[in-house]
Design a protein around this ligand. Structure first.
Ligand code: PEP
Ligand code: MN
Length: 356
């Protein structure tokens, strides 16, 4: 169904709302000439009751009409065996499994069982929680049911509290899944990662740079009036503009391959460096708390025995880590010095706000 040589673009509304809305959006999407498949949610897993939960089976006919009119194959989310059964009657071309469903092995198994003997591609979104075993387990359940075309969709991982993303991407996780499942297609869903239109371009570009096989982007003929996920949907016109402004990789050449591999590895290094810095910052915050306790109990900052223990433990581990003794020593000294300086600030600062 998909041409592996070309990046795949799937787009369409978060939800099919009315026949008119779906048809208008579908025609506009088809007119871009850039979209390979039309998506629309028919049954919507909403966080709270009382929200729009999708039009249900009625929308399947609208989708099959949109398919006839545009010639685009169509994809929907299925979450139960009943959804599968109903959708198969309307010639739906691809199913995706939503993030909430992937997190539930009972549901995944039920859907996988209902697909035995059916030839249809199934794309599995990552579970809402950052659990790669659960994601891999779902892929395995579909493979075991005989589905040949099983793919993955990265839509970010849910997170408590405010971040700039609705679902932070945690890029190292889909990268690891690509490593584990090299033969499967991996798409990125920037819409559910971002939760707003502003970041869509940056996240889509990042996915392309990380060699994802394509994008699933929500679009709507009138996004501000959408019945679900209105902040993150864009018009088909804006979609076209965004696609035209993405930097797509050009044809293969030996040099190109090398550059691609290099940039992929550098992306990984950037992500890891970023994580290391966050961890170090977290470590310093803990050191500050220790500083505060030491101050209250009138203990010195530097404690030779503790420092020797840290150093010796690291040297024992170095055998497994493939790091040189010299590097470990330099690294620990730098961390220790920084930690002392943080504790020093706490010890010598009398202001209330630094007290625990
Ligand atoms: C969707 O694609 O509309 C959807 C509900 O996505 P997710 O399962 O990623 O939340
Ligand atoms: Mn949505």
């Amino acid at each position: 169904m998909f041409n592996k040589e070309k990046k795949i673009i799937i787009s369409g509304p978060c939800s099919a709302e009315t026949e008119e809305q779906l048809m208008k959006t579908a025609l506009q999407i088809a007119a871009t000439g850039k979209v390979d498949m039309l998506r629309a949610g028919i049954w919507k897993p909403r966080t709270k009751p009382g929200m729009f939960e999708g039009v249900g089976a009625e929308g399947l006919l609208w989708l099959s009409n949109a398919k006839k009119q545009t010639g685009l194959p169509v994809a929907i989310e299925v979450a139960t065996s009943k959804h599968v059964e109903e959708a198969l009657n309307y010639g739906i071309d691809m199913f995706w499994i939503g993030a909430r469903t992937t997190a539930n092995p009972f549901s995944v198994q039920e859907i996988a069982d209902s697909l035995k003997g059916v030839e249809i591609p199934v794309f599995v979104k990552n579970p809402i929680n950052a659990d790669l075993e659960l994601w891999s387990g779902a892929l395995e359940r579909f493979k075991k049911s005989g589905i040949e075309n099983v793919g993955m969709i990265h839509r970010g991982f849910s997170n408590y509290g405010n971040t700039e993303y609705r679902n932070p991407p945690m890029w190292h996780l889909p990268i690891e899944m690509k490593r584990r499942h090299p033969d499967m297609l991996l798409l990125c869903d920037p819409s559910h990662i971002c939760g707003n239109r502003i970041l869509l371009h940056v996240i889509s570009q990042k996915a392309i740079d990380l060699d994802f096989d394509g994008l699933m982007i929500e679009s709507h003929n009138n996004p501000d009036k959408a019945w679900s996920d209105s902040k993150q949907q864009i018009t088909p016109e804006d979609l076209l503009d965004m696609i035209n402004h993405l930097t797509w990789r050009s044809e293969d050449s030996e040099k190109k391959e090398f550059l691609d591999a290099l940039s992929r590895l550098r992306e990984q290094i950037d992500i890891i460096d970023d994580e290391l810095l966050s961890l170090l910052s977290h470590r310093m915050k803990i050191a500050e708390k220790i500083g505060s306790y030491k101050k209250q109990n009138e203990i010195t900052i530097f404690q030779r025995k503790r420092w020797n223990d840290i150093f010796e433990n690291a040297l024992v581990r170095k055998k497994d880590l493939g790091l040189s003794e010299e590097f470990i020593k330099k690294y620990l000294e730098a961390v220790h010095l920084e930690s002392i300086s943080h504790q020093n600030k706490i010890m010598n600062n009398q202001s209330e706000e630094n007290e625990i």
